[in-house]
Design a protein around this ligand. Structure first.
Ligand code: PMP
Length: 436
């Protein structure tokens, strides 16, 4: 019989999933995935952070089941309903006051960011948006138009978009220098080609995740916020990947010491179900330009799952848990560093961790990174890579990851790194898997 992976490759567009290795799963529980052969794989990605409570969490299952069985018919899937209203109330109660206006519900990080981009331009009457080089805000035309990730090269950008450098302490001579350089660049822009009074919003990722899990220098975003306030520019925090507990705080922007005007949630919000939210001032979120009537927006099934996720994060204080286990994970990684020349930098906050793999003079070890990911998969560990040079291992596991699971993951990674460093993984094994 043909295997599931072969059936997948013959039917699904090779552009609808990133394929790092021949994986097609049949199930999952907690921090583990199962494949067709019954193999258990420790999942250090949790589907890029979407499975925030791990796979098949009982609270999410119960919420979905209740929502499905309580609704009278399919028509209830569309329009205002109890879980959607409760979710909106809940989100408004956890954001800073300046953002606590209205909640726009969508299906993905992409549609929420895209809607915000349209609405801020229309509501302020300012034509420009600033975002970062390396930023990934989504995969729809509008969200790609405010992104700066090289994987999307060739996609036309929004006319009014200006991309600025994200400060990278590892590559730009340490945090102070990286921060000073990026701020000087902004000053130059505002003094010349980009009049600040024409800028509607500044989109930021509190950790630049798909760009390489880059943690910004302390105080950098405070300076950005000061500039934005001076010129009346709205600050948008894209919390899609690292928000809602993952960073060790409820909101990742809390680490930056700022209070954004608009906050975008996605991925982990639904615990695996498709739901996103943009929360911001009523004048923006109620603006006609935020119009985007998609038939099952805010449906009770996904909204119920999101409520269960938020409940669980709060009740079990998963932000603190993520901080604790994340610290354990990075400590183990630091121990591993001395015995692996490939490991250049380890960075992150809570359970959003990146490991940059390099060769001589910090040259991005792109091919080796693909091999490590492939070899780890063979050894029973799922993790992917990110970064503008595709050389950063990304760890965004379940927020419920245990210290023991973290230790097991690092043991496997240790072996995978050793195998690649010793040349035991052939070049051709990664040739058929594109990654990005
Ligand atoms: N924003 C950020 C910060 C992301 O990491 C991503 C996805 N990697 C998105 C937006 C897009 O979210 P989605 O894939 O749900 O559309």
């Amino acid at each position: 019989m043909t295997g599931l992976y072969e059936r997948d490759a013959r039917t699904l567009s090779s552009m609808s999933f990133l394929r790092f290795f021949p994986q097609a799963v049949t199930g999952g529980e907690g921090s583990y995935l199962f494949d067709e052969g019954g193999r258990r794989l420790l999942d250090l990605s949790a589907s890029w952070g979407a499975a925030s409570l791990g796979h098949s969490h009982p609270a999410v299952r119960l919420a979905v089941d209740r929502a499905l069985s309580n609704q009278a018919g399919a028509s209830h899937l569309s329009g205002a309903n109890l879980p959607a209203v409760e979710l909106a109330e809940r989100l408004l109660s956890i954001v800073p006051e300046r953002a606590a206006g209205r909640v726009w519900l969508g299906h993905s990080g992409s549609d929420a960011n895209e809607t915000v981009a349209r609405a801020v331009i229309a509501a302020t009457g300012r034509p420009r948006i600033i975002a970062f080089k390396g930023a990934y805000h989504g995969g729809t035309v509008g969200s790609m138009a405010i992104s700066g990730h090289p994987a999307q090269e060739g996609v036309p950008k929004a006319g009014g978009l200006t991309l600025v450098p994200y400060p990278n302490a590892y590559r730009d001579g340490g945090p102070e220098q990286a921060s000073a350089r990026a701020l000087a660049h902004l000053d130059e822009l505002f003094a010349g080609p980009v009049p600040p009074e024409e800028v509607a919003a500044f989109f930021l990722e509190p950790i630049q995740s798909d760009g390489g899990m880059i943690v910004p220098p302390l105080d950098f975003f405070r300076s950005v916020e000061t500039l934005c306030h001076r010129y009346g520019i709205l600050v948008v925090s894209d919390e899609v990947k690292v928000g809602l507990g993952r960073s060790g705080r409820l909101h990742a922007f809390e680490h930056l010491g700022i209070e954004p005007d608009i906050i975008v949630f996605g991925k982990g919000l639904g615990g695996g179900l498709p739901i996103s939210a943009a929360v911001g001032p009523a004048a923006i979120m109620n603006h006609r330009a935020a119009f985007s009537f998609q038939t099952v927006h805010g449906n009770p099934v996904c909204a119920s799952a999101a409520l269960a996720v938020l409940d669980t994060i709060e009740r079990q204080d998963l932000a603190t848990h993520a901080a604790r286990v994340g610290h354990h994970l990075t400590t183990l990684l630091e121990e591993l560093k001395s015995s692996h020349p490939l490991v250049g930098d380890i960075r992150g906050r809570g359970l959003a961790v990146g490991v940059e793999l390099v060769g001589d003079a910090k040259a991005p070890a792109r091919r080796e990174t693909a091999k490590v990911v492939y070899r780890a998969f063979e050894l029973g560990l799922v993790l992917y890579y990110v970064g503008i040079n595709s050389n950063v291992l990304e760890m965004t596991p379940s927020l419920l990851l245990s210290a023991e699971e973290a230790a097991t993951a690092i043991e496997i990674l240790d072996r995978a790194l050793a195998d690649v460093e010793a040349g035991r993984v052939a070049d051709n094994v990664v040739a058929g898997f594109a990654g990005w």
